[in-house]
Design a protein around this ligand. Structure first.
Ligand code: GLY
Length: 390
């Protein structure tokens, strides 16, 4: 590792980068920014920065509403990262001059029918058991907060600390901040790690990490829609809404510029086709919860691929037997919220060689002997496509 460096003691070796980052999405760029700001010479390789999972991500910063049974360690990492987001957003806006669409109105989780509400309540009970701030609301309190909700929505809860950011603003901001800090962006693909010459290589290539490292990262398809409120006005609701609607789940993310992001499917597939059935189900669930959405313009239908792992948690740390190659991938459904903690802890690891204890559960060697990469299981052998059940 690159010990003892600081912004005032940059590398003396002008020929060789200290750090090569493969992948210029939010994870790779934020690591590059943090490392460059510490005085390291950083090169980032990506032929199409921001064209991976972040291009379709909604940008929910939602460790509370997404705290799920059996994922306690992941929840701890999500909470640690969400706690860093306010300072991270302020610092990034200062460094880049870009507003990120960071909004703090909070998240409402709502159930359309009695059955939907029962399902939601079971998860709230689990989340409250962890001490997380989920506050059930009476129907009148819910409608006071969001009058646009359909009258038949049965109930809901507030996760006031679950915020949002716009990933399509985040990526250019990180590019600017990384470049201003001195990182060099090279718009070329890396097909093999031997093509990279640096003291430390960070593989932040999302799904592409599988071919580069042999780590078991698989693509998990998500279909997502973007609507726009007519007349150039802001949407008629302010909170992020996570809804259970007749057995489907959906999230609705309002932006101040009038955009609403509706998501998302979670499908064990590696294609990026948009299907009529998925669009139909996303729109039906969304309009059932917020009827005014039927009047909005449908401006984008798109599918992307999340980098999933066998335990749905990220892979953060040195490859087995390669202390000079760090993985920062497999963020699956949580890449945006996990950006600050990943950047800080990987930059710490690069500069000090010491791994923060938060990283311990997410080491690459937990998959020693696992099937490699996205080709490990053909689509038809994977579990049935299912809806986002969170
Ligand atoms: N983070 C939401 C999703 O992956 O759909």
């Amino acid at each position: 590792m690159l010990t003892g460096r600081s912004p005032s003691t940059p590398s003396d070796d002008r020929a060789r980068p200290d750090v090569a980052v493969v992948g210029a999405g939010p994870i790779g760029l934020s690591i590059a920014w943090r490392c460059a700001a510490r005085g390291l010479r950083v090169v980032v390789h990506d032929p199409a920065s921001g064209s991976g999972a972040s291009a379709v991500a909604a940008g929910m910063l939602s460790p509370v509403a997404e705290a799920y049974f059996g994922e306690r360690q992941l929840t701890e990492l999500l909470l640690a990262s969400a706690a860093r987001w306010p300072a991270f957003a302020a610092e990034l806006t200062e460094a880049s001059g870009v507003q990120l669409g960071y909004r703090t109105e909070g998240t409402l989780v709502v159930g359309l029918t009695g059955d939907d509400l029962a399902e939601a309540r079971r998860l709230w009970a689990y989340q409250q058991g962890l001490g997380l701030p989920v506050t059930p609301l009476r129907p009148t309190e819910l409608r006071d907060r969001e009058p646009a909700l359909a009258p038949r929505v049965r109930g809901g809860a507030l996760a006031s600390t679950d915020h949002q950011v716009d990933p399509r603003l985040l990526v250019p901001a990180l590019r600017t901040a990384a470049q201003r800090a001195g990182a060099l962006l090279v718009p070329q693909a890396v097909r093999h790690l031997s093509e990279v010459d640096a003291a430390v290589t960070v593989v932040a290539a999302g799904c592409g990490a599988a071919d580069l490292t042999g780590l078991p990262v698989r693509p998990v398809k998500g279909q997502i829609l973007r609507l726009r409120a007519p007349g150039g006005v802001a949407p008629g609701f302010r909170h992020v809404i996570r809804g259970y609607a007749d057995g489907e789940t959906v999230y609705l993310v309002p932006r101040t510029d009038g955009e609403v992001v509706l998501g998302a499917t979670v499908e064990e597939r590696s294609d990026t086709t948009v299907t009529a059935g998925a669009v139909l189900r996303l729109l039906r669930a969304s309009v059932d919860l917020l009827p005014e959405l039927a009047e909005y313009d449908l401006v984008e239908t798109v599918a992307g691929l999340r980098p999933g792992t066998p335990d749905n948690a990220p892979i953060l740390g040195p490859l087995p037997g390669r202390p000079d190659v760090l993985a920062a991938t497999g963020h699956h459904r949580h890449g945006i919220v996990l950006t600050p903690v990943t950047a800080d802890l990987i930059a710490d690891l690069v500069t000090t060689g010491v791994a923060d204890p938060l990283l311990t559960p997410f080491q690459p060697d937990r998959f020693a002997g696992a099937e490699p990469g996205p080709g490990g299981r053909p689509d038809q052998m994977m579990e049935e496509d299912r809806w986002n059940s969170r």
